[in-house]
Design a protein around this ligand. Sequence first.
Ligand code: PAF
Length: 278
Amino acid sequence: MQIATTIEDVRRVRWADPAQTWGLVPTMGMLHEGHLSLVRRARADNDCVGVSIFVNPIQFDRRADLDAYPRQLRRDCELLQAEGVDLVWTPAEDEMYPPGFQTYVALDAISQVLEGAARPGHFRGVTTVVAKLFNVFQPTRAYFGQKDAQQAAVIQQMVRDLAFNLDVVVCPIVREPDGLAMSSRNVRLAPDERAAALVLYRALTAARDEWEQGKRDGDRLRATMRAIVESEPLARLDYVSAADPVTLAEITGPADRALLSMAVFFGDVRLIDNMILQ
Ligand code: PAF
């Protein structure tokens, strides 16, 4: 496994044999089973696999979140080596954002709802860094988790709009045995918050059960999820949504497909989760 820090090194490794297909898994490190499932899928689909590890400062709306973001590069590299990854790219901040940097990629409506409304500027940071990762790496395929459903939808929209020459592959959410979606933030939950956090999955599955019984009205699905989350004393609801999975517009009447999603605080830890129904 090669470890590159500069753009020049990445390009040298990437184009050593132009006939080879490359899968890229963009990450911010602190890898868990969710990331490794993306790496394994990339390994299965491509000749070579690259993983970027970069804690992207411009997608954090609060400096405290950026500072608190856990980092463990050495362990991440060991995990990636064990998965047979070919190239890890760990750019320095001034490689990604050199002095004088002033070009940003920002999407309209799709990035302004849900996570975008709760975290202004977040998706502008994500799409800017992902566009740069794509330009430098030029992967055949890029892998993202369904856990960040809006991020996946925003990136797919960007790839269509700007005609990036790659396929975006969205991989299923990986859950703990009790249903909690895997996230780097789970380690910050106190034991009672960790138990309470199961309310996200409970709320999603209750709405899914209603959907399966033919109760497919957006308002009703949101009300079901809201009531369940609000019944958990340690949970503070940020938002619940039942939206179209592609446009992310909220469903107002009955629908034939839906992305259920929510964000919930436990103390100062904010968790998100979602489920696609169709
Ligand atoms: O999902 C993440 O870890 C980040 O948002 C990404 C896609 C690596 C961009 O910084």
